[in-house]
Design a protein around this ligand. Structure first.
Ligand SMILES: *Cc1c(COP(=O)(O)O)cnc(C)c1O
Length: 359
C-alpha cells in the first residue's frame, strides 16, 4: 500500500486511523454481522451510531441546547436554496460575496426574494475579506449570509461581520471543526462534510430552534423544510447513513486529538510552515492579503504558467497530489485540512525549496 500526500480541496484527505477502523468494521460492524452500509437506518444499532455522532459533535463545538443538528443530503449547494426558502420571511436578505460559493448562494437566493449584495471582494479576484464592521444592512433583511472560509481563494473571516442584530448564516464547509467557534453568534452554521470532516454525501446544518418554523416560502418541498428533518431527528427518510458513520468516527478522532482548541494550534503550526516559506521565496508567492489568510486552503503562484504546470507535474510524481489551483485563480492550491499531517506540509515545503533551487 502506498498513500500519497493529498492536497485536494474536496473530497479530501481523511485521518488514516478512521479509514483503517472503517475497513476493519466493513464486513461485521460490532457483532451485527453486517456492514453499516447494509443496515436499516431504523435499527437500534444504527440509532446508536447517529446519536453518538450528534453527541460528539455537540461536545466538540459546544453546541447549546437551543440549536438542532441536522444531517442532510444535497450538498452545501442545496443549502443555497433551503436557506432562503426557510428563512426569508420578509423576502429579503443581505449577502457578502467573498468568492464563488458565496456568489452562487447569492444568485440562488435571488430566485426566492431580494438578495442584497452588501459587500464584495470580486474587484480583486476575491483575494481579501472586505471590512464588514459597518455595512448597510437593510432593516428588514431576514439574515446576513457569509461564506466563512473561501475554499477557492484561500481567505477566511478573522472577525465575523457586524450584522447589526440580524441573524448570521454561515457556510463553513471548508473550515468546519478546524478551530473553536462560538455557535451562539450564528443562526445557522452549515457545511458539506467532504472538505474537512468525512465522505461526500452529508451536509451538516446547525440551526437555532426559533428559525425552524412551518412558515416557509409557498411551494417549499417537504424535503427542503428544516422542520421536516428537525422533527424526525434527521431520520425523516433514509439519511446518508454510511457517511454519517464515518463523520462520527472523525468526531471521535478529533476528541482524541484534544478537540478544536488543539486542532486550531495544529492547523496554525501547519499553515505557518507554508506561509513562512511563501513569504521568503523568490519563486512562489501567496495570492491572498496576509491578514485574511485561510488556515485550510493556501493558493500560490510562480507568476509563470508554464513553471506552475511543471511544478504541479513534478510534485505529483513525488507523491504530492491535487496541487493544481482552481481554474479561476490558476497556479497552485494546497488544502491542508485537519487530517493532513504536519509532516505532509514540511515535506511539501522541502520539495518546493528544491524545485526553486533547480529552476
Ligand atoms: C465545496 C463547497 C461548496 C459546495 O459543496 P457541494 O457539497 O459540492 O454542494 C459550497 N461552499 C463551500 C465553501 C465549499 O467549499
Amino acid at each position: 500500500m502506498s498513500r500519497v500526500y493529498n492536497f485536494s480541496a474536496g473530497p479530501a484527505v481523511l485521518p488514516e486511523e478512521v479509514l483503517l477502523e472503517a475497513a476493519e468494521e466493513m464486513l461485521d460492524y460490532k457483532g451485527s454481522g453486517m456492514s453499516v452500509m447494509e443496515m436499516s437506518h431504523r435499527s437500534k444499532v444504527y440509532d446508536s451510531i447517529i446519536k453518538q455522532a450528534e453527541a460528539d459533535l455537540r461536545e466538540l463545538m459546544n453546541i447549546p441546547d437551543n440549536y438542532k443538528v441536522l444531517f442532510l443530503q444535497g450538498g452545501a449547494s442545496q443549502q443555497f436554496a433551503m436557506i432562503p426558502m426557510n428563512l426569508m420571511k420578509n423576502k429579503k436578505a443581505a449577502y457578502i460575496v467573498t468568492g464563488q460559493w458565496a456568489k452562487k448562494a447569492y444568485q440562488e437566493a435571488q430566485i426566492y426574494g431580494e438578495a442584497v449584495k452588501v459587500a464584495s471582494s470580486e474587484d480583486e479576484t476575491f483575494s481579501y475579506i472586505p471590512d464588514c464592521s459597518d455595512l448597510e444592512i437593510p432593516e428588514d433583511a431576514d439574515y446576513v449570509y457569509i461564506c466563512e472560509n473561501n475554499t477557492i481563494y484561500g481567505t477566511k473571516y478573522k472577525t465575523l461581520p457586524n450584522t447589526k442584530g440580524h441573524t448570521l448564516v454561515a457556510d463553513v464547509s471548508s473550515c468546519f471543526l478546524s478551530e473553536p467557534v462560538d455557535v451562539t453568534k450564528y443562526g445557522v452554521i452549515y457545511g458539506g462534510v467532504q472538505k474537512n470532516i468525512g465522505p461526500a454525501g452529508v451536509v451538516i446544518v446547525i440551526i437555532r430552534e426559533d428559525l425552524i418554523t412551518e412558515d416557509t416560502l409557498p411551494g417549499t418541498p417537504t424535503m427542503l423544510k428544516y422542520k421536516t428533518h428537525a422533527d424526525a431527528d434527521s431520520l425523516y427518510n433514509t439519511p446518508p447513513a454510511y457517511g454519517i458513520y464515518v463523520c462520527g468516527k472523525v468526531f471521535q478522532w478529533l476528541k482524541k486529538m484534544g478537540g478544536l482548541e488543539a486542532m486550531k494550534q495544529h492547523n496554525e503550526e501547519k499553515a505557518k510552515i507554508l506561509y513562512d516559506f511563501l513569504d521568503e521565496s523568490k519563486m512562489f508567492k501567496g495570492t491572498v492579503r496576509k491578514e485574511d489568510r485561510s488556515l485550510m486552503n493556501i493558493p500560490f503562484v510562480t507568476g509563470d504558467k508554464e513553471l506552475d504546470a511543471k511544478f504541479v507535474k513534478e510534485a505529483e510524481a513525488a507523491g504530492f497530489v491535487n496541487l493544481k489551483g482552481h481554474r479561476t485563480v490558476g497556479g497552485m492550491r494546497a488544502s491542508i485540512y485537519n487530517a493532513m499531517p504536519k509532516e505532509g506540509v514540511e515535506k511539501l515545503v522541502a520539495f518546493m525549496k528544491k524545485f526553486e533551487e533547480e529552476n
